[in-house]
Design a protein. Structure first.
Length: 445
C-alpha cells in the first residue's frame, strides 16, 4: 500500500485543484493493490507512475465571432493520455464545466475502458468550455471550425481519433470533419468517429453507449439469476446515452420509467414513450417537463429533486459525473435496487460506490458498462479502414458480443483476484493489465 499511497500523494501534489481527476485515479488505485502484490515488476518498471502522467496535453485558444458580431474566446483541450494499445481514442465534450481536470479524469478512465473492449485503441479525451445550448447552428459551426483549425495538426487515423461526448453530436462532428477535410485536403474518414451515415459513419454508433449499458445490466442480473425482463429501471439524463439505454431496456423486456435533465425529472409508470422523448430532446432540443405535459395521464414532472428517489430494481445513471451521491445510493438500496449500470462516466461518487459495494448490489462501473460507445467507434474505424459499411444487425451483434466479453472479463478477473462479483476490481485490474503489459514491452518511453 505504501508505494501506491506515495504515487497517489504525488498525483495530488502535481495536479492541484483537479478533484475529479483525483477521484478517478483513487478509484483505480483502490483496486490495484492486489495486482501490485502479485506482480511487483509493474511498479519496478514505474508503470503506475507513468500511467498517471498524460503523454501529451494540448490547451489552446478558440476565438470565434457570435451572431451579434462580438468576438468570443473559449478554451480548447485535448489530453492524449496513453497510446500503448493504439491511437489515442476518446470523445470531445463541449460544456461550460469543462476544464483540464475534467478532461484528465475522462482521459484516464478512457485508457482502461478502451483496453477492456479488447480493440486496438489508446486513451484520450478533449473538449471545450463552449456551451452549445442556446447557440445558433451558425455559431456552433464557427466555433467548431475554429476549434479544428488548431486541433487538426494533432489528429490522424493512426495518431488521435476524437468522437463525441456531452454537447458533441452528429451536427458538431459534421462541422469538425468538414474543417479537417478542408485543412488537410484528405478524406481521412478514420480521423473522427460518430460521423453521419452518408459520410463514413457506422450504424449503431449513435445507439451504442446506451444499448451497451442496458446489455451490461442484463448480463450482471443474469449472472445472479434472471435478467432485465419484467423489471423496472430508472434512467437519468435525456441525451444520446439515456435515450438508447431506455430503448434497449424496453427491447430486453424491462420498463424504463424515468428520464431527467438539469431542471428535474419525469416519471412515467407506463414506460417512457421513446418517440415523444426523442422528438422533444433530439429534434426540438426542448426541456424534459414538456414530456409530462404532452404525454398526459400516468406521467409527471418533478422539478429539482432526485430521480434516484423513484423505487426501481435497476438504476442507469446516464447524465454526468457525480450525479449519484451517498444519499441517493442509500435510497436506491433501501428501495431494493438490484443492479446499477453506469451509462455516464463516473456518475456515482466515491461514497455512493462504497454503499453499493457494501450492500452487494451488482454495480457496473462506467469504464465497463459504457464501453459500448467507444467499442462501436472502433468498429466504425474498422469499416473506414476497409472502405466498407456493415448492416445494423451485424454491427449490433458485434456490440452485444463485446459487452458480454467485457462482462465475462470483469467477472473472471474479480474471481482470479479473490473478489468474486466485484466488477469495479475486475474492470480496473483487467483494463490495467493489458495496458501495463504493452508498456512493459515498449521499455521506458
Ligand atoms: N465519449 C464516449 C466515451 O466516453 C465515446 C468515445 C469514443 O467513441 O471515442 O467513451
Amino acid at each position: 500500500m505504501a508505494a501506491l499511497q506515495q504515487t497517489f500523494d504525488e498525483v495530488l501534489r502535481r495536479n492541484p485543484g483537479e478533484p475529479e481527476f483525483h477521484q478517478a485515479v483513487r478509484e483505480v488505485f483502490d483496486s490495484l493493490q492486489v495486482i501490485q502484490d502479485r506482480h511487483p515488476e509493474y511498479s519496478d518498471a514505474g508503470i503506475i507512475t507513468r500511467l498517471c502522467e498524460p503523454e501529451r496535453q494540448i490547451i489552446f485558444r478558440v476565438p470565434w465571432v457570435d451572431d451579434q458580431g462580438t468576438v468570443q474566446v473559449n478554451r480548447g483541450f485535448r489530453v492524449e493520455y496513453n497510446s500503448a494499445l493504439g491511437p489515442y481514442k476518446g470523445g470531445l465534450r463541449f460544456h461550460p464545466s469543462v476544464n483540464l481536470g475534467i478532461v484528465k479524469f475522462l482521459g484516464f478512465e478512457q485508457i482502461f475502458k478502451n483496453s477492456l473492449t479488447g480493440l486496438p485503441i489508446g486513451g484520450g479525451k478533449g473538449g471545450s468550455d463552449f456551451d452549445p445550448h442556446g447557440k445558433s447552428d451558425d455559431e456552433v459551426m464557427r466555433f467548431c471550425q475554429s476549434f479544428m483549425t488548431e486541433l487538426y495538426r494533432h489528429l490522424g487515423e493512426y495518431t488521435d481519433v476524437p468522437a463525441g461526448d456531452i454537447g458533441v453530436g452528429a451536427r458538431e462532428i459534421g462541422f469538425l470533419f468538414g474543417q479537417y477535410k478542408r485543412l488537410t485536403n484528405r478524406y481521412e474518414a478514420g480521423v473522427l468517429t460518430g460521423k453521419g451515415l452518408d459520410w463514413g459513419g457506422s450504424l449503431v454508433r449513435k445507439e451504442a453507449t446506451g444499448y451497451g449499458a442496458a446489455i451490461f445490466a442484463d448480463e450482471m442480473l443474469k449472472a445472479r439469476g434472471a435478467g432485465l425482463e419484467g423489471k423496472k429501471a430508472s434512467v437519468s439524463g435525456s441525451g444520446n446515452v439515456a435515450i438508447y439505454a431506455i430503448e434497449k431496456v424496453h427491447q430486453l423486456g424491462g420498463t424504463a420509467i424515468t428520464a431527467s435533465d438539469s431542471s428535474g425529472y419525469v416519471v412515467d409508470e407506463n414506460g417512457i414513450d421513446l418517440e415523444l422523448l426523442r422528438q422533444i430532446k433530439e429534434v426540438e432540443r426542448g426541456r424534459i417537463h414538456e414530456y409530462a405535459e404532452r404525454r398526459g395521464e400516468g406521467a409527471r414532472f418533478v422539478e429539482g429533486g432526485s430521480v434516484w428517489d423513484v423505487p426501481v430494481e435497476i438504476a442507469l445513471p446516464c447524465a454526468t459525473q457525480n450525479e449519484l451521491d451517498e444519499d441517493a445510493a442509500t435510497t436506491l438500496v433501501k428501495n431494493g435496487v438490484l443492479a446499477v449500470s453506469e451509462g455516464a462516466n463516473m456518475p456515482s461518487t466515491h461514497e455512493a460506490v462504497q454503499v453499493f459495494r457494501e450492500a452487494d448490489i451488482a454495480f457496473g462501473p462506467g469504464k465497463a458498462a459504457n464501453a459500448g460507445g467507444v467499442a462501436t467507434s472502433a468498429l466504425e474505424m474498422q469499416q473506414n479502414a476497409s472502405r466498407d459499411t456493415w448492416t445494423f444487425e451485424y454491427t449490433e451483434e458485434r456490440l452485444t458480443q463485446i459487452m458480454r466479453g467485457i462482462h465475462t472479463t470483469c467477472l473472471e478477473t474479480a474471481e482470479e483476484f479473490g473478489r468474486p462479483g466485484d466488477y469495479v476490481l475486475g474492470a480496473n485490474v483487467a483494463g490495467f493489465r493489458k495496458v501495463a503489459d504493452a508498456m512493459m514491452a515498449f521499455g521506458v518511453i
